[in-house]
Design a protein around this ligand. Structure first.
Ligand code: KIV
Length: 271
């Protein structure tokens, strides 16, 4: 039986409970009030204010340009809509790497100025000090391993990560360490399904996959991809649940036609 309906507000504890009871966790991105209101009411467990906002909201090629002020703006809009979902916010590139005091300051700004419930950071052992410092301030931290888009210029491509033994072993080690540092959950992006399943089975914290197969504890997708708003990006791990691009395109063309022909507004649509 599903325990999702019993959860009034998703917390780190409820996520652990869902994993313990073998119930999958759903997570989607959102960046604004109106969309967040729909997906929260639909029952998504976690809303991620991802730095993918840099791509889908601002049109940048990578996630690197988004600033702390910008992500706080998106997060504060999302949080006003979230009644049940836990809202987790990406700390953008350049606001936590290599300096744990900066990391804590960034996390505190996100929590204080947006009202978010937790933060997410990319990386393993190398960001240990930042995770520990943020955690010790009582701020829940979600990890992110595998394809970490903030490191795109190091990787050189968005191809599947950890296919080779050495990288897979490092990922397993990092995942274990992130749990030891106190992360409450971990995103695994674009890695072999077998490896993701092994990590999920070996750890207590929930593992949320994106392009990591079905053997993990939950799934996350970028909302614009799964709703078919973004038609320029279709890797195999995205399932399109709607074709909003076509629907919006059709509606806008109809509107333009009606305005040009003078059929909008009609008698009932005016005062
Ligand atoms: O920024 C983002 O949307 C993400 C997800 C892809 C997990 O980090």
């Amino acid at each position: 039986m599903s325990i999702h309906n019993e959860i009034k507000r998703v917390t780190t504890q409820s996520l652990y409970k869902l994993k313990k009871e073998n119930q999958k966790i759903s997570m989607l991105t959102a960046y604004d009030f109106s969309m967040a209101k729909i997906i929260d009411a639909a029952g998504v467990d976690i809303i991620l204010v991802g730095d993918s906002a840099s791509n889908v909201m601002s049109g940048h090629e990578t996630t690197l340009p988004i600033t702390l002020d910008q992500i706080i703006y998106h997060a504060s809009s999302v949080i006003r809509a979230a009644q049940r979902s836990m809202v987790v916010v990406d700390i953008p590139f350049g606001y936590y790497q290599g300096d744990s005091k900066l990391a804590l300051n960034s996390a505190i700004r996100i929590m204080k100025e947006s009202g978010a419930h937790g933060v997410k950071m990319e990386g393993g052992e190398e960001i240990k000090d930042s995770i520990l410092r943020i955690n010790s301030a009582g701020i829940p931290v979600m990890g992110h391993l595998g394809l970490t888009p903030q490191s795109i210029y190091k990787f050189g491509t968005y191809n599947v990560r950890a296919k080779e033994k050495a990288e897979a072993e490092k990922l397993e080690r990092d995942a274990q360490l992130l749990q030891e540092y106190g992360c409450f959950a971990l995103v695994l992006e674009k890695i072999p399904a077998k490896l993701a399943t092994k990590v999920a089975k070996s750890l207590l914290m929930p593992i949320i996959g994106i392009g990591a197969g079905s053997g993990v504890d939950g799934q996350v997708l970028v909302m614009h991809d799964m709703l078919g708003i973004n038609i320029d990006f279709s890797p195999r791990f995205i399932r399109k649940y709607a074709n909003l691009h076509e629907i919006i395109d059709g509606a806008v063309k109809e509107y333009i036609k009606d305005v040009r022909s003078g059929s909008f507004p009609n008698e009932e649509e005016q005062y």
